[in-house]
Design a protein around this ligand. Structure first.
Ligand code: IVH
Length: 705
């Protein structure tokens, strides 16, 4: 019956066939997720889905309640709903040396302008994956992974199966988001791997992977069978404060029924913090679960609030990582990869070796100087020892970081070995690879004619923080880039895909392996959906060197519309008004401005940008301010000495209230806050009729906001 054409099926046969297909597809999903080892190819999977859809189309009444058509197709990982975090889930700044901890304390003190007592908590950094649990009225209503920090995956049903996670709380704030780490113990990990191996399934490389793979299961019954644990160490949204200090807040979470780490200590400064670090490090091997460092947090929650956040990390915490793990192996070869901005990156190909539980066969070599044993300034590193193919080399790995080649054993070097010669031509397109003065990196000068740059730019273009087109990821971009029937060579080509496909007759996407009617239609719909795009995303998506996400946002907020932005960067040149305006944006420096204007003023680049924008409706960015604050949307400049707060704190507070903080005064400035010692900016403000306040006047203005 499986082979019978859909047209010839009787109703009874169709019903049985739908049941068979539902089961086969569910099994395929399970194999994909549980064992990370698909039993059938993507194409076979799609064929089953297509047959299922065809039968349902012929016999609509037979469609099952659990029909596979209602589940998202190939991208099984997209099966989770998305959850927007009401308070972002951040990561931590890293420290590697003892000295960094004193520096951390100094920075905190400087920011707070404080010389009094300053206490910190110190606790193990658990090597798992973070999870946010939302309780309303004491009931667990949602669990979400971190995702990109703003949007995570809804894993509520899975989290409910974890014994350490309470379903109900007594005496908790009405709204409470508890954050912590899901992990697997060493014993449970070993037992799980043994079970997997016995069942002929895939084993996991380390407990972290096992925990992540187990939590992110579409079928919660699989998660339930996996021995996951949870430590609470932080929180998100709260309807009322948990406590006045970090230490007491954690104690409160423990009292509510959460597991909190027993090695959490209160320390009165760097000396005690480092002592506790050593104590934790000494117990590391016998804890029974993986940790990769110690996290220090400012204890006073009022001070934490004042310190606030940088773009992705809090100022009030730092992760002190344990030294990396090392291993020795043979350097088999050096490959050169060409990146989005043309950078030639050398990658070491290694005889596979286990480093800290993970098999490593590639490692980064940074750049040509690093291979030669020099730093960017020409000073010797590693005692000037270079890396040569065939050498016995030391690999090191720290946490999730890409493995690096750290050193070489000269006593084992082959006498006939030759120094490595770094290519001066792009291995992908043959264009000269040039090294600008002061740049550690050699770059392909081919620009868009270099296929490697073009494809990497496309990958960036569709990435999560750029156009984020569902069904069009790095893999599909690679495919379309090399496709003869439906090529995508530039971002604009993405938006003509559907139209070009319609003219392709038998070679249409829906008839291809790995695609089908539904997946092709979904892809085109997802692309169509992205014709409307925010200016900030568009600027970031262009992949211009030095223009990252933060810069793209600053630019979009400042210029607001594509037309204004485009006119400004097309005409800006050192010395003129648009150039001065561009550089006056706080956070925009000369390097960024040069790179941005060069891109817009280069003919080929410009043609590609124009062709793209012709396909889009660019949405202006409206300054999303705390609109109820008296300074929302205002442009503020600080000058002179501030006495009640540091410049950094003043700036962060102003921004939190929706103001834009600029570096210099212009006709667009609304408020100049001038402390003692203010100079030329005062005159400039008077010239433009800008409101000028002293520090107290500013504080009075924002008081209570
Ligand atoms: S505090 C606002 N404490 O490490 C910062 N994080 O590298 C909240 N992690 O994303 C995090 N143990 O997943 C904190 N004791 C601990 C932690 C911890 C592990 C993870 C967490 C975070 C990542 C940053």
């Amino acid at each position: 019956m499986a082979g019978t054409s859909v047209k010839q099926l009787t109703e009874d046969q169709a019903r049985a066939e739908l049941a068979r297909l539902a089961e086969a597809l569910a099994a395929a999903n399970r194999a994909y997720h549980t064992l990370d080892a698909p039993e059938i190819s993507d194409a076979e999977y799609d064929a089953l889905k297509q047959r299922n859809a065809a039968i349902e189309a012929r016999f609509p009444a037979l469609k099952r309640a659990d029909s596979p058509s209602d589940k998202v197709g190939a991208a099984v990982a997209d099966g989770f709903g998305k959850v927007a975090h009401s308070v972002r889930m951040l990561s931590l700044e890293n420290a590697f040396e003892d000295g960094d901890i004193g520096d951390f304390e100094d920075r905190v003190r400087k920011y707070l302008n404080s010389s009094g007592a300053l206490a910190f908590t110190a606790e193990p950094k658990i090597d798992g994956l973070s999870l946010s649990l939302r309780y309303e009225g004491g009931v667990l209503v949602q669990a979400a992974t971190r995702g990109d920090g703003e949007v995570g995956e809804n894993v509520t049903e899975n989290a409910r199966t974890i014994g350490d996670i309470p379903q109900r709380l007594t005496g908790a704030p009405d709204v409470l988001e508890v954050r912590g780490e899901v992990y697997m113990s060493h014993d449970d990990f070993a037992a799980l791997n043994a079970r997997q191996a016995a069942a002929g399934g895939k084993t996991f490389a380390n407990p972290r992977n096992a925990a992540a793979g187990s939590l992110r299961q579409l079928d919660a019954s699989i998660t339930a069978a996996r021995p996951l644990r949870f430590f609470a160490y932080s929180w998100g949204a709260l309807s009322e404060p948990l406590a006045a200090t970090q230490y007491e807040a954690i104690a409160r979470l423990a009292a509510l029924g959460f597991q909190t780490n027993p090695l959490t200590r209160l320390c009165d400064g760097p000396e005690e913090m480092l002592a506790h670090y050593r104590a934790i490090e000494a117990q590391r091997a016998t804890l029974g679960y993986d940790i990769d460092g110690v996290v220090y947090k400012v204890n006073d929650l009022g001070l934490q609030a004042r310190l606030g956040f940088r773009s992705a990390t809090p100022r009030w915490a730092i992760a002190h990582k344990f030294p990396a793990e090392l291993a020795w192996t043979t350097l088999l070869g050096i490959d050169i990869q060409v990146g989005r901005t043309g950078a030639l990156s050398p990658v070491a190909r290694l005889q596979p070796v286990t480093v800290g539980g993970v098999v490593v066969s590639n490692a980064t070599l940074h750049n040509e100087d690093y291979i030669a044993g020099r730093d960017a300034k020409g000073q010797e590193i590693r005692g000037g020892r270079d890396f040569r193919i065939g050498d016995w080399v030391q690999v090191y790995r720290a946490g999730d970081v890409i493995p690096k080649l750290a050193d070489v054993d000269l006593s084992r070097r082959d006498s006939g070995s030759q120094p490595y010669v770094f290519p001066h031509e792009c291995p992908e397109c043959g264009s000269p690879a040039l090294r600008e003065e002061g740049d550690a990196v050699r770059r392909c000068s081919g620009g868009l004619i270099c296929p490697a740059q073009a494809v990497e730019r496309l990958k960036h273009f569709v990435s999560r923080h750029a156009f984020d087109i569902e069904g069009l990821g790095a893999k599909q971009v690679e495919m379309f880039f090399r496709d003869a029937d439906l090529p995508v060579k530039t971002p604009a080509d993405i938006f003509t895909l559907a139209e070009r496909d319609a003219a392709n007759g038998l070679k249409r996407l829906k008839n291809r392996d790995g695609f089908g009617e539904t997946s092709a239609r979904k892809l085109f719909a997802a692309i169509e959906d992205r014709r409307r795009i925010g200016l900030d995303r568009l600027i970031f998506a262009l992949g211009i060197r030095h223009v990252g996400e933060v810069a793209a946002q600053l630019l979009a907020r400042h210029y607001s519309t594509w037309e204004t932005f485009e006119a400004a960067v097309t005409h800006a040149a050192p010395g003129n008004e648009p150039w001065a305006e561009l550089l006056a944006i706080d956070g925009v420096g000369k390097t960024l401005a040069e790179s941005l204007t060069a891109a817009f003023q280069n003919e080929a680049e410009r043609a590609a940008i124009d062709a793209l924008v012709a396909q889009l409706q660019v949405q202006p960015v409206v300054w999303k301010a705390a609109t109820d604050s008296p300074v929302a949307g205002k442009t503020v400049v600080f000058t002179g000495t501030l006495e009640k707060m540091t410049r950094a704190e003043a700036k962060a507070r102003a921004e939190a209230l929706g103001a834009k903080v600029a570096g210099s005064v212009s006709a667009k400035t609304d408020i100049l806050v001038a402390g003692p010692g203010a100079g030329s900016k005062l005159k400039e403000a008077a010239k433009h009729g800008v409101t000028t306040l002293d520090e107290d006047g500013w504080l009075a203005l924002i008081e209570g906001a």
